[in-house]
Design a protein around this ligand. Structure first.
Ligand code: CUA
Length: 155
């Protein structure tokens, strides 16, 4: 088969771009640990209230500036509903749903997850600016969806 010189050049460029893309993706996923904030743990969605740590949803301090927030989402709120951390704190949110699919978004940050029954989703964020951070549900979950929120006070 005869290939025109320009075809060969563009085929080479295309294949090299693909290889570069796959390498970038692989390094990000496997060496740097970039993963979607989902499926970190599976659980029985009907037994959330009996399964630790979600039987007692709470914010816990685990280090000088490190916190873990084990939270549940349900129609139409979150538990805990109000949390306080000092400025500069790094908070890992572990969230699961007790009923339907919810959202978990903190506007102005990169925190944005789906909360899916049967899965625990996790993400970590460092809060360097003081403020009243609103945690919002951004997946339509029923008639009270627009009221579903929680507060994280950083001071
Ligand atoms: Cu929960 Cu919308």
């Amino acid at each position: 088969m005869h290939l025109h010189r320009y075809e060969k050049i563009w085929l080479t460029v295309g294949v090299l771009t693909l290889i570069a893309f796959i390498i970038t993706l692989g390094v990000n996923a496997f060496a740097m640990g970039a993963q979607p904030p989902s499926n970190t743990q599976v659980m029985d969605p009907t037994k959330v209230s009996q399964t630790p740590p979600f039987d007692q949803p709470a914010l816990k301090q685990i280090g000088q500036n490190n916190y873990v927030a084990n939270m549940t989402a349900f129609v139409f709120s979150y538990a805990p509903n109000r949390m306080e951390v000092p400025v500069g704190s790094t908070v890992t949110f572990n969230v699961t749903s007790k009923d339907v699919v919810h959202g978990f978004e903190i506007p102005g940050t990169n925190v944005n997850m789906m909360v899916i029954p049967g899965l625990v989703n996790s993400t970590t964020h460092t809060f360097t600016k003081p403020g009243d951070y609103l945690i919002l549900c951004n997946e339509y979950c029923g008639t009270g969806h627009q009221l579903m929120a929680a507060h994280l006070i950083v001071k």
